[in-house]
Design a protein around this ligand. Structure first.
Ligand code: KG4
Ligand code: ZN
Length: 334
């Protein structure tokens, strides 16, 4: 089953052809990062307009790279939420048009399911049940993946997403956008134990996240120093902030794995590209005798190969859409 998949939920215009959910025949990503850098974050209206300019070329390249035409694919899949509604609409409209014109089934895909399924592409033997931490610019979830198309959210954030906190703290430190890679790089010169930033546990089991407190603590730390004319060590701030966030993410993931008695854990989403987080989870997994996987860096951040993979399992579960499919900005996972 060859699926042409489209992703446009944020600032990457992406298309891919994926065979049987795990073999990536092409994976084209046109990122708008440079465009949004000067604003310090994604500007939704600018993103939507750029998606419109990019989408046809990106889809054509994905088919070309896979040495195929639209006739050769068996279905068209698309991210229909969650995300920026104007950005999502570009992908959804394109996928609907292609599916209608070529008379191919249309498969709607939840963006977070896509991130989780990215793990199957490079680890084809990895399979549910497992628990996955999905941390990106828009989401911080711990998800119990019971089966290939069966998901249960165990924890989520009460305010900022982890990636959002990285982006905001990076802006305050003057390190630019996107904040995750900038902070990771800068933190290498700093001491992660230098400043004790808060680690917050929320919800009944303490598995939920809250990252606005740590973000505010960093901002207060910087403002206090400024008022007292004390020079701060920015690398120590970056390293201590990163440590606070990655400690919480990895600890909650392991606690959930213990509570639900699973043997496997995984990472997904843009923040899963963070090296200290990957290393910490790997170490904890070893200690607790859990199998641990995470996607390569290219498959952590937004891409369409992960959508093609998730689409295959959604299709097997009987999920298709008709021409009434719409973009849903806050689409729930379950
Ligand atoms: O999954 P993604 O590409 O888009 C969303 O669905 O949001 O994630 C983007 C987010 C940004 O907030 C970015 O700062 C963060 O992932 N990110 C990282 C790293 N690389 C990207 N955060 C921490 N460390 C990284 N190395
Ligand atoms: Zn994403």
């Amino acid at each position: 089953m060859k699926i042409l998949a489209i992703e446009s939920s944020c600032d990457e215009t992406a298309a891919a052809v994926v065979e049987d959910g795990k073999t990536v025949l092409s994976n084209v990503i046109n990122t708008q990062i440079e465009l949004h850098k000067e604003f310090g974050g994604v500007v939704p209206e600018v993103a939507s307009r750029k998606h419109i300019e990019n989408i046809s070329g990106v889809v054509d390249k994905a088919l070309d790279d896979a040495k195929m035409t639209l006739e050769d694919v068996d279905a068209v899949a698309v991210t229909y939420g969650p995300g920026l509604v104007g950005a999502l609409l570009v992908g959804v409209s394109t996928a609907k048009a292609l599916s209608f014109a070529a008379k191919k089934p249309l498969i709607p895909v939840h963006h977070i399911k896509g991130h989780i399924c990215a793990n199957y592409i490079e680890h084809p033997d990895f399979k549910p049940p497992f628990i996955c931490l999905v941390a990106s610019g828009g989401h911080s979830h711990i998800v119990y993946v019971k089966d290939f198309a069966e998901y249960k959210v165990l924890a989520k954030t009460n305010d900022d997403a982890a990636g959002e906190a990285f982006d905001k703290v990076s802006r305050v430190l003057g390190l630019g956008y996107p904040g995750g890679p900038a902070i990771q790089e800068y933190a290498k010169k700093g001491n992660p134990e230098a400043i004790s930033f808060p680690r917050v546990n929320m919800g009944e089991d303490g598995f939920d996240f809250s990252f606005s407190g740590v973000k505010t603590a960093v901002i207060n730390y910087i403002h206090n120093a400024e008022q007292k004319n004390i020079e701060i060590n920015k690398a120590d701030v970056a390293a201590s902030f990163q440590k606070a966030v990655t400690d919480v993410l990895s600890n909650h993931l392991i606690e959930c794995a213990k509570k639900y008695n699973v043997e496997r854990i995984a990472l997904a989403g843009g923040v899963a590209a963070n090296k200290p987080l990957r290393d910490c989870c790997e170490e904890l997994a070893k200690k607790h005798k859990l199998e641990f996987v995470c996607p390569s860096l290219k498959l952590c951040t937004d891409n369409a190969a992960m959508i093609g993979c998730a689409a295959y399992f959604e299709w097997q579960n009987g999920k298709t859409a008709d021409m009434t499919l719409n973009a849903i900005a806050n689409l729930p996972l379950e």
